[in-house]
Design a protein around this ligand. Structure first.
Ligand SMILES: C[S@@+](CC[C@H](N)C(=O)[O-])C[C@H]1O[C@@H](n2cnc3c(N)ncnc32)[C@H](O)[C@@H]1O
Length: 353
């Protein structure tokens, strides 16, 4: 192993990371990192989406902070423990540099499972074949008695290929903030699925550690055509769906569903009737907050609210601050996160005081 190509792990007081956000939101993730850690030295790897950063805190401290108080726009982060200048090496030399690195990792022992996630930046043809690299790493790991899996692994080896460098690191899925390469989680589209919006609520359930089946009665504000409503029904809830627009015909006669074909400002609901409120209205954020706040009498104390917020203006961080402040009058804001399935939105997870 050529030490010129290696970066020492846990270099005193600083660490290097590859950070990914939804397309066109990496600048906000970078700003969040700057506010959290102070100075951030960043280089773009994929415009608007992926950067490599040096943070003025060691690996353990960065991971601790991001786990205990996650950022909104940072979708995925992977540590950089090794940089291999593959452009100036024969492909076999680059591969053995990575194999050598794996050989030093005592975490990779028999009985452990590992996923190898390889991503590429805006790189044209190279001297290094990524399939060959993956096959070689899988082989090395298997030889060492480690089981190579795709998902649900104990460890992830992340490799990011930039124009000249391979950035390599070892971490756990939760340290990466996602089990998926680059955090790009995907759900399988189902037969008869009413809307893609359903994926948002599925992802929120997972991201916020909820089980929607734990709730009994849900209120869906801005429900049409019914993707979220259909998921709540599948999870066994009784649902009231509010929307002036039409719900999908497949939901028309569901015995646990009440459809109020009205503007949300015109409905009358029971006091503390619901233990779950969801809202996916894609509307002006402040108007949406007022509308939801006016219906909060129908959510019982301790009930959960999941709300998407459209980031309509040029200053999303300011919009988020305003909205959080407003909701905090009624709800404990537990988590704000831009989900993979949020386009120009974020999703809030809140609990009523
Ligand atoms: C993005 S769609 C919701 C998609 C839905 N979550 C799904 O899974 O199919 C937004 C909906 O909000 C509804 N909406 C907008 N303003 C509303 C209001 N004031 N009251 C009730 N619904 C409203 C729109 O009619 C639209 O159907």
């Amino acid at each position: 192993m050529n030490n010129e190509h290696e970066q020492q792990e846990h270099a005193a007081g600083s660490s290097k990371w590859i950070c990914t956000a939804n397309h066109s939101f990496i600048a906000y993730a970078q700003e969040e990192l700057r506010r959290r850690f102070g100075q951030v030295k960043a280089t773009v790897l994929i415009p608007d989406e992926v950067i490599v950063v040096t943070l003025p805190a060691d690996v353990i401290e960065v991971q601790r902070q991001l786990q205990t108080d996650p950022l909104i726009f940072l979708r995925h982060i992977q540590p950089v423990a090794l940089e291999v200048d593959y452009a100036s090496l024969e492909s076999s030399q680059a591969i053995s540099a990575l194999q050598g690195y794996l050989g030093t990792k005592s975490e990779l022992k028999p009985g452990q499972t590992v996923a190898v996630q390889i991503r590429k930046g805006n790189v044209e043809a190279t001297n290094l074949d990524l399939q060959e690299l993956k096959a070689s790493l899988d082989h090395t790991l298997t030889e060492a008695g480690v089981e190579v899996v795709t998902r649900g692994s104990d460890w992830i080896i992340s490799v990011f290929m930039d124009k000249e460098l391979l950035y390599v690191g070892l971490s756990t899925p939760s340290e990466n903030l996602s089990d998926w390469s680059g955090g790009a989680l995907r759900f399988q589209r189902e037969e008869g699925q009413i809307s893609r919006a359903k994926f948002k609520l599925l992802e929120a359930e997972r991201a916020f550690g909820l089980d929607l089946a734990d709730f009994k009665e849900g209120l869906d504000i801005g429900a049409a055509p019914g993707g979220w409503t259909s998921l709540l029904l599948e999870r066994g809830l009784k649902v009231t769906a509010i929307d002036p627009a039409a719900m999908h015909p497949s939901l028309a006669d569901h015995r646990r569903l009440t459809i109020l074909k009205k503007n949300a400002s015109e409905v009358k609901l029971g006091d503390s009737q619901f233990d779950l409120l969801v809202c996916d209205m894609s509307w002006s954020p402040m108007q949406m907050v007022r509308l939801v706040a006016d219906l909060l009498y129908a959510l019982r104390s301790g009930g959960t609210a999941i709300v998407t917020v459209k980031l309509m203006h040029k200053k999303p961080l300011q919009t988020i601050r305003d909205i959080t402040e407003k909701f905090s009058e009624h709800l404990e804001v537990r988590r704000l996160k831009q989900l993979v399935h949020n386009r120009d939105e974020i999703t809030l997870y809140m609990v009523k005081y």
